[in-house]
Design a protein around this ligand. Structure first.
Ligand code: GDP
Length: 532
């Protein structure tokens, strides 16, 4: 095997050490877009925040970020945004913007090394946040908690800490503690220095919020009772062992907590500092055989997201790759692990801010977008030098099912192409059976919103409008051919073959599944990974 011509190990290691790759997990409206802009603002990537994230007509964060890219001239890959802060390079990987939960989200979280859990102070831990948190837990991702909208009336800070502990099982270890109740945000105690960081409001949050550091004595004199209360609460936290401890954080026992008002740029710098100081750098990833290819070795990475039609002028097929080891150089020839074939990366440049800042290289932790990558599927590994294959990304148990067919019978070809493409991109799971026939596949989704994406994409991208009908199933179990023969006699159960070759038995209710297991204990009915 030829050794790659990349940079030497020490240089790769030092670049990897600078990387912080994270995603924001939150419920819609908690302020993710606002925070994203505020983070960029603070990192000096842009000079004014605000205005681009109007909700009306928004198609999801991809287009938001594209709009931001155009408006701000910043480098965006549409799946990740990169900026420098202090001596670190921060990659913020976008989680899909829709309210619904989908498989996409799981995959994005496989590409990051930490998560920021953004919580609306008045709402606490909402449904979507908890679902995403569960994925972080499954993936052992360290989680930093940010309590947002502290400028508005909300819950008591101590109550929020209780809620975090109760619902996530993580011990909250606040790094800052608010002075003044929610809605009367005066600033925070920085618990490591015991200083008061007083926020000074700037009009509309259009400029970086000013803040001044004030000693505890001055704060006590200026803020009176609010300071007293905050100090007492902070001491209480220390007594209860709720101070930050790096080892416990990285072991997923604790979550550092920060208080912020993203819309006013309050607390944003603390978030950046926390990422740089405490979040893990890009480290060696476990591969499919349980080994760890060192970050300093030759280039390798895996595809965590595939997307089409991002460029209005041509139907690009873009594969987003998380770099796991080595140096990525635009134009390099890599090997596609699944097929063993060479893959040329000469089109990578289209994704890096288009006419600006052509990024010629990337390092462990970075996200690279490869254009015209129709050979690459979600979960695929690519590498240079010694072969490596990263674990396949889990396919989750679908909980919603619809049978679809082409609305126009003369469009069978487009229909087939579209469904195959969406399957390929991992937008939806596609299942078929002889009984239903090839023209009537069953689509399975983790969240019902995935069907809306399918309808829209089929109509607009593939010119094959669909008709679809909900099927009364809620549960899928993996089965085998022998069991399928027996299950075939049960009218209430349907067995279909997913495009990856897995046989799935679909049940309408848990009760129905239990009955089947009771009557036929010999059948193979295996759990699939679940999204809830
Ligand atoms: P997303 O759905 O999570 O991306 O949320 P957005 O960033 O679009 O924010 C939702 C709404 O909350 C918008 O109207 C924001 O202006 C508002 N918002 C975001 N952060 C704050 C904050 O810190 N304080 C207040 N008062 N409003 C905020």
């Amino acid at each position: 095997m030829t050794q790659p011509i990349g940079l030497s190990t020490p240089e790769v290691l030092s670049e990897a050490r600078r990387r912080r790759t994270f995603a924001v997990i939150s419920h819609p409206d908690a302020g993710k877009s606002t925070l994203t802009e505020a983070l960029l603002l603070h990192a000096r990537a842009i000079t004014t925040a605000g205005a681009t994230h109007g909700k009306a007509g928004r198609r999801g964060t991809v287009s938001d970020w594209m709009a931001m890219e155009q408006a701000r001239g910043i480098s965006v890959t549409s799946a990740a945004i990169q900026f420098e802060y202090r001596d670190a390079v921060i990659n913020l990987v976008d989680t899909p913007g829709h309210a619904d939960f989908s498989e996409d989200t799981f995959r994005v979280l496989s590409a990051v090394d930490a998560a920021v859990m953004l919580v609306d102070a008045s709402k606490g831990l909402e449904v979507q946040t908890m679902k995403l948190f569960e994925v972080c837990r499954q993936r052992n991702l360290p989680v930093i908690t940010v309590i947002n909208k502290w400028d508005r009336p909300g819950a008591e800070a101590l109550d929020l800490m209780d809620e975090i502990r109760r619902r996530t099982g993580l011990i909250p270890t606040p790094l800052t503690w608010p002075v003044g109740i929610a809605g009367d945000f005066r600033g925070v105690i920085e618990r490591s220095s015991h200083e008061f960081v007083r926020f000074t409001r700037t009009a509309g949050g259009a400029k970086a919020a000013g803040f001044e550091r004030v000693s505890a004595d001055v704060a006590a004199a200026d803020e009176g009772d609010a300071w007293q209360t905050a100090t007492e609460e902070s001491e209480l936290l220390t007594e209860e062992d709720q101070d930050h401890d790096e080892a416990r954080f990285l072991a997923n026992e604790t979550t550092p907590v920060l208080f912020a008002a993203a819309v006013l740029n309050f607390g944003v710098q603390h978030i950046l500092d926390t990422l740089v100081d405490f979040a893990p750098a890009a480290e060696a990833r476990e591969d499919a055989s349980g080994g760890h290819r060192p970050v300093g070795s030759a280039f390798s990475g895996f595809v965590f997201k595939v997307q089409s039609g991002m460029n209005a002028s041509h139907r690009d097929h873009v594969a987003f790759v998380r770099v796991c080891s080595g140096q990525f150089r635009r134009g390099m020839i890599v090997t596609h692990a699944a097929s063993g074939r060479p893959f040329a990366t000469k089109y990578a440049q289209h994704l890096f801010g288009r006419e600006r800042e052509v990024a010629d290289e990337a390092w462990p932790g970075d996200i690279v977008g490869l254009v015209n990558a129709s050979a690459l599927r979600v979960g695929d590994s690519i590498f240079e030098g010694d072969p490596v294959e990263y674990p396949p990304l889990p396919m989750f148990a679908p909980e919603h099912f619809r049978v679809v067919r082409s609305a126009d019978s003369s469009k069978h070809k487009q229909f087939r192409r579209g469904i195959d493409q969406l399957d390929h991109e991992g937008v939806i799971q596609v299942m078929r059976s002889d009984l239903r026939g090839d023209q009537s596949p069953v689509l399975g989704a983790v969240g019902p919103m995935q069907f809306e994406v399918v309808e829209e994409r089929m109509t607009h991208d593939f010119g094959a409008a669909i008709r679809s009908e909900a099927l009364p199933y809620q549960i899928a179990r993996r089965t085998d051919r022998e069991s399928a023969l027996i299950l075939g006699h049960d009218r209430q159960v349907e067995v279909l073959m997913r495009s990856d070759g897995t046989l799935l038995a679909l049940f309408s209710t848990v009760w129905r599944l239990r009955n089947t297991v009771r009557d036929h204990p010999e059948l193979l009915l295996e759990d699939l990974a679940t999204g809830s």
